[in-house]
Design a protein around this ligand. Structure first.
Ligand SMILES: [Zn+2]
Ligand SMILES: [Zn+2]
Length: 304
């Protein structure tokens, strides 16, 4: 049995170093606290809303920010994915009521008139493409009045996003990654922060498990068909062959990021969508054009 690197107890987790339960929790929380401090992600004066899915990552962020800063709100988007989202929302509701955290739930059905499930029954599109756009839209409008949106993105997610954008040649989009994003001058855009930026997914899973958050470890049924899943599997194989690969991707990307930001700053002129008024680089934002095309086929036909 491998021993903890901080004491003589048996280790329960060994991602970067072996730790017992107590030392792992200390190590993990210190890493998140250092990320928040080092990148000035959140200050005491911030009014923070946490984008929550009811999964391990966002619940960990919600727990830690509530513990350290208090005065936090949880924001959940209900896309309408039967058998998945209703389960994670139930876990989130229970977690929030146990910890006395206000929870705001915004659904596709209320906002757009159709659920993701209804839309997918009518049109053949990759669900993650719709969700990427529509979720972002609802997070942005749902976070109005708050000064920061915190998300549960971990090191694995970020390494995937970096590689996906590199594979697609989307350097302009890659320039929008990093632990703190969206410091645009637009008052309608709330900056996003990622407190778990340097935490491996396995570490977050272990932390959420050891802390007994009372959440079930579910995966979105659509995630397996995405390009992200292919990149995730590729990076996982690489990590096995060469441990430290994911961390290297993220750390080296951070060295490149100032150059990418410099090159792409100001290249996208911020306008406002003619339909919803949200920040957009086109006349009509991507969310509104998606909704218009989906509504025409997905919504029940109105009877007159
Ligand atoms: Zn120990
Ligand atoms: Zn719009």
């Amino acid at each position: 049995m491998v021993k903890c690197s901080g004491c003589s107890e048996d280790a329960v987790i060994n991602v970067t170093s072996p730790y017992c339960k107590g030392h792992f929790i200390k190590y993990f929380e210190a890493k998140v606290a250092e990320t928040i401090k080092g990148y000035k992600l959140i200050s005491k004066n911030d009014k923070t809303i946490i984008a929550c899915s009811g999964g391990k990552d966002s619940t960990t962020v919600l727990y830690l920010l509530n513990k350290w800063f208090g005065n936090v709100t949880a924001l959940a988007i209900d896309e309408g994915i039967p058998g998945y989202r209703n389960v994670t929302l139930e876990d989130l509701r229970n977690f929030c009521s146990r910890n006395r955290i206000p929870l705001k739930v915004v659904s596709y059905k209320d906002a757009f008139g159709f659920s993701l499930h209804e839309a997918l029954r009518k049109v053949k599109v990759l669900p993650c493409n719709i969700c990427g756009t529509l979720r972002r839209h609802l997070l942005n409008t749902g976070a109005r009045g708050f000064t920061k949106i915190a998300t549960g993105h971990n090191l694995d997610d970020e390494a995937q996003s970096i590689m996906m954008n590199f594979f697609k040649g989307n350097f302009e989009i890659a320039a929008r990654l990093g632990p703190l994003t969206g410091i645009a001058s637009d008052s309608k855009f709330t900056p996003r922060v990622k407190p778990l930026y340097f935490c491996h997914e396995k570490e977050v899973a272990a932390y959420a498990f050891l802390m007994s958050f009372g959440i079930r470890f579910n995966e979105c049924p659509h995630s397996r068909v995405s390009f992200r899943a292919a990149v995730r599997d590729f990076l996982n194989r690489l990590e096995q062959q060469k441990p430290g690969s994911k961390q290297n991707v993220v750390e080296n990307f951070l060295k490149l990021l100032p150059l990418l930001k410099k090159k792409h700053s100001g290249s996208a002129v911020m306008r406002h969508c003619e339909s919803c008024g949200e920040p957009s680089s086109n006349e009509v934002c991507k969310a509104c054009s998606y909704v218009a095309s989906l509504r025409s086929v997905a919504a029940p036909v109105a009877k007159f």
